[in-house]
Design a protein around this ligand. Structure first.
Ligand SMILES: C[S@@+](CC[C@H](N)C(=O)[O-])C[C@H]1O[C@@H](n2cnc3c(N)ncnc32)[C@H](O)[C@@H]1O
Length: 267
């Protein structure tokens, strides 16, 4: 472990022992982040995720871990057995058979690994904004001899390279929470254009959110929650939109246990 993170852990632990200082720093940290994310929109998160492998863990609540370079992508590979992935898979299973599937924000491909093993006859493609995650995933798929997964660097709002109806299914898992109101409509419209059968998202939905104009999103501590019925309803009839709440114990994180949903749109 490099020396700098250890020093930071010690500093954070010290700050936590002084409640007023901890509370004040937390307050200013979130005020600053909220201002940045509202002002810059999706650009702020894009910059953050593009360089995520270079950052130390910057969560004031978490003094336990510091990512370092490739360890960050490795942590996603190690999360292949996280229960939320099986829940997502269950919903994708119901759409089988399918020829191909695109995951947006796939990181190094933990979901695509599970899917490729389950559906060896189908083709899987993943795009992610972070080049280190893509490189890590490509190497692993190669090493494991899995040839039906293709990962590449790409942004959620740059789907122009995909022709109309070129994928049966498009999925996202914890990615649209980082797309701000400035870009979400374009991203959804493009996914509808590129997909033939269905969109399947595992994201954060809230039925009644203040300031969630037309389902574009309301900012909640570093991420965007929204009413997906309202958002998707601008493009599709309501009967084509199905939402299933994640069982609260599946993902004990506060946001995911309260607002985690599988959102399906049938095209
Ligand atoms: C919380 S992680 C989830 C990763 C993966 N979907 C999974 O289930 O393990 C969010 C991912 O979205 C990617 N991402 C964030 N914003 C993106 C954007 N605008 N376009 C493409 N990928 C993005 C990040 O690089 C990161 O890999």
């Amino acid at each position: 472990m490099p020396a700098q993170p250890n020093k930071n852990i010690a500093l954070k632990s010290f700050v936590k022992q002084v409640p007023w200082l901890h509370q004040s720093l937390r307050f200013f940290y979130w005020q600053g982040r909220s201002l940045r994310d509202r002002f810059l929109g999706t650009t702020a998160q894009e910059r953050y995720w593009r360089n995520r492998h270079r950052h130390k863990n910057d969560d004031w609540n978490d003094t336990s871990r510091f990512w370092h370079n490739r360890d960050w992508a490795k942590s996603y590979w190690s999360s292949i057995s996280h229960p939320h992935r099986q829940f997502l898979l269950k919903h994708i299973n119901r759409l089988a058979p399918f020829n191909n599937l695109l995951e947006i924000g796939a990181n190094c491909g933990p979901n695509l690994y599970i899917l490729a093993k389950k559906f060896p006859q189908s083709a899987f493609r993943g795009i992610d904004i972070n080049p280190a995650a893509v490189e890590f995933g490509q190497k692993h798929f190669e090493k494991l001899g899995i040839h039906n997964v293709n990962l590449e660097v790409g942004r959620a709002d740059q789907l122009d390279k995909f022709s109309d109806k070129s994928f049966d299914i498009i999925i996202t898992d914890a990615v649209l929470i980082y797309i701000a109101p400035d870009k979400i409509k374009r991203v959804i419209q493009d996914m509808i254009r590129v997909s033939r059968k269905a969109l399947v998202f595992l994201e954060q939905h809230q039925e009644f959110l203040r300031k969630d104009n037309r389902g574009l999103g309301a900012y909640q501590f570093g991420l965007w929650q929204r009413n997906y019925r309202r958002l998707l309803g601008q493009f599709l009839p309501q009967e084509k939109i199905k939402l299933t709440k994640l069982p609260p114990k599946l993902w004990p994180d506060k946001n995911w246990s309260q607002a985690g949903y599988v959102i399906k749109a049938f095209l």
